[in-house]
Design a protein around this ligand. Sequence first.
Ligand code: WT7
Length: 683
Amino acid sequence: MADRIYYPNAELARTAYCNSVEQYKQMHEKSIKHPEEFWGEIAKQFYWETTSSNDKFFSYNFNRNDGDIFIKWMEGASTNISFNLLDKNVKCGNGDKIAFYWEGNDIEDYSRLTYRKLLEETCKFANVLKSKGVQKGDRVAIYMPMILELPIAMLACTRIGAVHSVIFAGYSSDSLAERVLDSKAKVLLTADGVWRGPKFLNLKSICDQAMAKVKSHDHKVESCIVVSHLRRVTSPPGSTSDGEKTKNINNGTTNGRSNEMNLSWDDDRDCWWHEEMEDAEASCYPVWVAAEDPLFILYTSGSTGKPKGVLHTTAGYLIYAATTFKYVFDYKPNDIYWCTADIGWITGHTYVVYGPLANAATSVLFEGTPFYPQNDRYWSVIEKYKVSQFYTAPTAIRSLMKFGDDLIKKYNLRSLKVLGSVGEPINSEAWLWFYNLIGQGKCSIADTFWQTETGGHVITPLPGATPMKPGSATFPFFGVLPELLDEDGKIIEGEGEGYLVFRQPWPGMMRSLYGNHERFETAYFDKFNGFYCTGDGARRDADGYFWVTGRIDDMLNVSGHLMSTAEVESVLAEHTAVAEAAVVSKPHPIKGQCLYCFITTNEGKNFDKQLQDELKKKIRERIGPFAQPDVVQHAPGLPKTRSGKIMRRILRKIAIGDRNVGDTSTLADESVVDLLFQLRPNA
Ligand code: WT7
């Protein structure tokens, strides 16, 4: 079954931007051989205050022996992203078009925002930022739920050339503090609190703790601007009925301080979003920035444990986000597009905010979860807005599969045309369920492989062109040249499996790690000179299809969230009872992978249920709830090489209970393996 090839729906292919394998091949070839021409043509659809000359359009170095690694697109050009996403769309007649339908956590909470209104709000908030002293190049940290103020805040940063750093609002105060500190953010934007499903998150108080920690490290967040979100949610039905509803934008009460919770408030630092917006000017001349000026920082896990501030710049990111969105989702002017990812991750940056707006798209911005108030929320939202493109993650698909098909059959999902998947390899069972039940056998599935670092899709089918194989991300997007390398860096031709690397940059690729270009070079270019190394393994089949098999470094992917074993281990090791900790991933039916921890206790400390609970709690508090380990096992000793390196390969076998541990000859003490098998919690 899984080997079967699924062809694009003929109706969809008829009108698709790219509608045949031949056309794809031609376009891909041109994008590789003549990148200046290919991307130059696309760049013409955007506004440039100054333009780039042909000889400076694209330059790079991927070879450590030739000096610093660098990537530059469109040198000499200058522009403003908010101008391209908003002013330009309004001028082209899309002012009254809906940019976002906002769907709140509760079914009664929803609203909408047109392109005209989005422009106005963006300009107003840009003026607020200016009034707080934010200037071009300054960093603005954003810790917000999925509300309309989040894209407004990001766009307002781009309006004045400030660099946003969005931190997923599920991170703990420690993780938030670490990121605010690393980027030296001047301003922090948040909301009072948010409901996610039945759970309440006290965002402002998490920010207070983070700002206190940051202060103890000699950095001061000068202003904290707080959206009063709680006062406007769960309002009685009917108050959100019709017309151009702007209920959640700028209808602030004079005292928005919510009476539902006790907010602490520093009058010199904290202010309410709606109060600042009241007198703000509704227009703001855009600051023209250079093509390679920074657009945003987004932190992703690194194998040393310290998060990496992935830096994306302006022109290349804009054209790449716009082009991948257009071709991969085949977005047409009357479509309604919905990406369920949180804006706090790269998927939300590129495919909730920048890509859709660059195409004047109408999207759904969803605050809630798939399971609230019932397990059919996704399907009801698709029916409600007549969604045509639906982009989600394998972990969500797998968790929804188990509720049975009747829940889906209640809804009319016929508006769907393209389904997208992202975050981890999608198993063929989940793929087929998505295809047959949600897509009703007529939608193309775009299994999009990419990373925070790649900025946009790099290996993906095109829905009107690419014959699909369930579980394969298929072929490279325009401008992308993947290779498979063996351990020695030799290129594998044809069928085979190896390290997935890229030979040359595409416009949307990251440019550096914020404040640490050296780490950028060593993390991604040292392993194989001349290539960008993804850290993933992949296989190419006889038809040339790519199958990404997952991380081959010390990274874990839990429900599509990437984290490093080192990051989790260092938190565990802080506990006074813990002498040493080793963390590996274990396959999990819903989350894809889960964390399995081995703990060596200090002399005289007991390994008991209480310690297990304390360790789980510690991870939740220090990293975030999504990182909570599934298993914490006692390990009186760890399998180590003679030089003291923990052999995680063996621990992974123990975690799944597979006695076939392979070669153990390099182990300093082989008996430890048996002992660990005996101590497995369900052994
Ligand atoms: C890692 C990047 C890119 C947005 C979400 C995650 C894994 C992502 C796929 C896919 C197989 C995938 C890889 C990659 N991954 N999409 N379609 N098939 N694996 O961003 O947190 O930077 O994680 O996610 O392992 O390296 P991220």
